[in-house]
Design a protein around this ligand. Structure first.
Ligand SMILES: O=C([C@H](O)CO)[C@H](O)[C@H](O)COP(=O)(O)O
Length: 205
């Protein structure tokens, strides 16, 4: 049974090559605007559902480590959002109801909305002040590559079809890598060291 399965290392390498392709399509201007919005925000609120929500939470934690005031929407202790605050939404579809609702409320209050998505022409996309597009959801189903030839560590080739990166996996993984790149950029801009981040690590967890 196991012989029919490609090696886990090969599947990971396939993901890294897809991530590399995705990274090359990021528009630096939009990523730069995203960085500016974070730097100028009074407070940063993170929103996302499901796996995109996990990426939002991971980013919120690193922003806190960097010394920003960051909150996750829906947490018990998250305070009121204000006009000088920035809401960062992670949503591949840009249509997830709870995230749309959070963005609509933030819009009414007058705050800034940043969206990380693979669907800029979406409900949230139409509300957002800043959009970073990751991957591309506009491709028709027929145009989405489903079959991959992977060169195995043994040197032989084999094909992998619909099992690779199901549903929003590529967006969610690339969004995490994107947000970690933003963290590195923020460390550079603010001359922040890993030691400073370490000093804010939770010591009771
Ligand atoms: O968890 C998710 C699902 O498993 C897709 O891979 C999504 O992240 C969740 O459904 C939220 O969707 P989006 O707002 O479109 O990212």
């Amino acid at each position: 049974m196991q012989q029919e399965c490609p090696s886990i290392a090969d599947l990971m390498l396939l993901m890294t090559s897809r991530l590399e392709e995705t990274a090359r399509t990021i528009e630096q201007e939009n990523a730069g605007r995203f960085l500016e919005e974070i730097l100028n925000a009074k407070r940063i609120y993170l929103a996302g559902a499901g796996r995109s929500g996990l990426v939002a939470r991971a980013f919120a934690q690193r922003l806190m480590h960097l010394g920003f005031e960051s909150y996750v929407i829906g947490e018990t202790i998250t305070p009121a959002f204000g006009p000088e605050d920035v809401l960062v939404a992670f949503s591949g579809s840009g249509e997830t109801r709870s995230v749309v609702d959070a963005c609509e409320t933030a819009r009414e209050i007058g705050g800034t909305i940043c969206l990380v998505t693979s669907t800029p022409e979406s409900h949230i996309g139409r509300m957002a002040d800043c959009i970073v597009e990751i991957g591309n959801n506009r491709l028709k189903d027929a145009d989405i590559p489903r079959d991959f030839e992977i060169r195995q560590l043994t040197g032989q080739y084999r094909s992998v079809s619909g099992s690779f990166a199901p549903l929003g996996t590529l967006f969610e993984t690339a969004a995490l890598v994107f947000s970690d790149a933003i963290v590195s950029a923020l460390m550079e801009v603010r001359h922040c060291t890993a030691e400073e981040l370490k000093s804010r690590l939770a010591n009771v967890q």
